[in-house]
Design a protein around this ligand. Structure first.
Ligand code: PLP
Length: 364
């Protein structure tokens, strides 16, 4: 390849990671029962709390984000009670399935793929049935829909004993999320989306209310038991061996993010979204997600032109040096996703979009 030394990732996870961040992982290892580790943990903890806009705590997990789905449901939903899942896309549906696999009783508010959930739908469900938790996905990465989390939180918070669980795997650090102000009891995320880290580490901001709930539940499991994580966190530590190299990377990346400014980072994502929409609509493509709820971190393009998405991907990889998305699950090929998340710059976005233009021209 002449264009680059490697194929750059233009995928909605894992995303392209900057060289400096990859290199931060190569620091000499430290033992996790040492003062040096406690310093690293404490330093990272403070930065993560700022990123989640919370005064409570952020757990660090040596897993991908999916593990924390299990943690949330096992620590927060009692066997005799129920969880309400807001479903309508590959990830929100998988989370509901995982709650069932953990033996929980689950009801879903299912919307068509590409649609958002409204606060009214949630208010209606909560008026008819008591739930231990409402589980919502902030940014449904398969469809490119962003749910109105703040407004849904207002509804959930009117019910004293109902906790609010949010998957912000592809939203966190790419679009607005304020854990304490929005009354969120857990906001869980992975590293390999808008955080722009390598995969393998996950984070969750957890409220006192959720920990109180966990105290009344016996079978919380071990690896994702928040009470176990809490005991260690109070000593700036983790119960089992943490992904230390990834924590070095997260610490370095948080410095870069705080230097950019979290709100400035959100604004950059919004600008890239607008540029992507303009590009797609001007070329006769559609938007898969409902107007008003289109994601700032990933655009799911409705392939109304019927282009050969596989051929586009092959062209982009060969000629421009980017690995491209080809749509997710049931809507593969009928859609493709343009992820403008993480450390993607406007220049990189334009390089990709011009590459697709060259492909489209060549087709005519
Ligand atoms: C990627 C993704 C997940 C799964 O995260 P893993 O880190 O792969 O476990 C869950 N939810 C959403 C919204 C995602 O985009």
């Amino acid at each position: 390849m002449s264009h680059t030394d490697h194929t750059k990732l233009f995928l909605p996870g894992p995303v392209e990671v900057r060289r400096e961040i990859l290199e931060a992982q190569t620091q000499w290892m430290i033992g996790h029962r040492t003062g040096d580790f406690a310093d690293l943990f404490a330093r990272l903890q403070n930065k993560l709390k700022r990123a989640f806009f919370t005064d409570s705590r952020v757990y660090i997990s040596g897993s991908s984000g999916s593990g924390l789905w299990e943690g949330a449901i096992r620590c927060g939903v009692r066997d005799q009670s129920r969880a309400l899942h807001l479903t309508g896309g590959a990830f929100s549906e998988r989370w509901a399935q995982i709650s069932r696999a953990n033996g929980k009783q689950v009801d879903c508010i299912q919307v068509d793929w590409g649609r958002a959930h409204s606060p009214d739908m949630v208010a209606d469900a909560l008026s008819r049935q008591r739930y231990d938790a409402v589980c919502a996905v902030h940014n449904e990465t398969s469809t490119g829909v962003t749910n109105p989390i703040q407004a849904i939180g207002e509804v959930v918070n009117q019910h004293d004993d109902t906790l609010f669980f949010v998957d912000t795997v592809s939203g966190f650090l790419g679009m607005e999320l304020r854990v304490d102000d929005w009354g969120i009891d857990i906001a869980l995320t992975s590293s390999q989306k808008a955080f722009a880290l390598p995969p393998g580490i996950a984070f969750a901001a957890v409220s006192d209310r959720l920990l109180e709930r966990a105290e009344g539940i016996v079978n919380r499991g071990y690896y994702f038991d928040f009470l176990t994580l809490e005991k260690s966190l109070l000593k700036n530590n983790t119960p089992s061996t943490p992904p230390i190299a990834l924590m070095f990377a997260a610490d370095a990346q948080m410095d870069a993010i705080l230097a950019e400014g979290i709100e400035a980072r959100w604004a950059r994502h919004r600008d890239m979204r607008d540029a992507t929409h303009e590009w797609a609509l001007a070329r006769g493509f559609g938007m898969y997600a409902q107007a008003g709820y289109r994601s700032d971190t990933v655009t799911t393009v409705d392939n109304t032109r019927g282009i050969d998405v596989n051929a586009m991907g092959a062209y982009m990889e060969r000629e421009v040096g980017y690995a491209m998305d080809k749509g997710y699950g049931a809507i593969k090929g009928k859609t493709f996703r343009l992820p403008h998340m993480g450390d993607v710059s406007m220049d990189m976005l334009h390089e990709v979009l011009s590459g697709i233009d060259a492909f489209l021209t060549q087709q005519n």
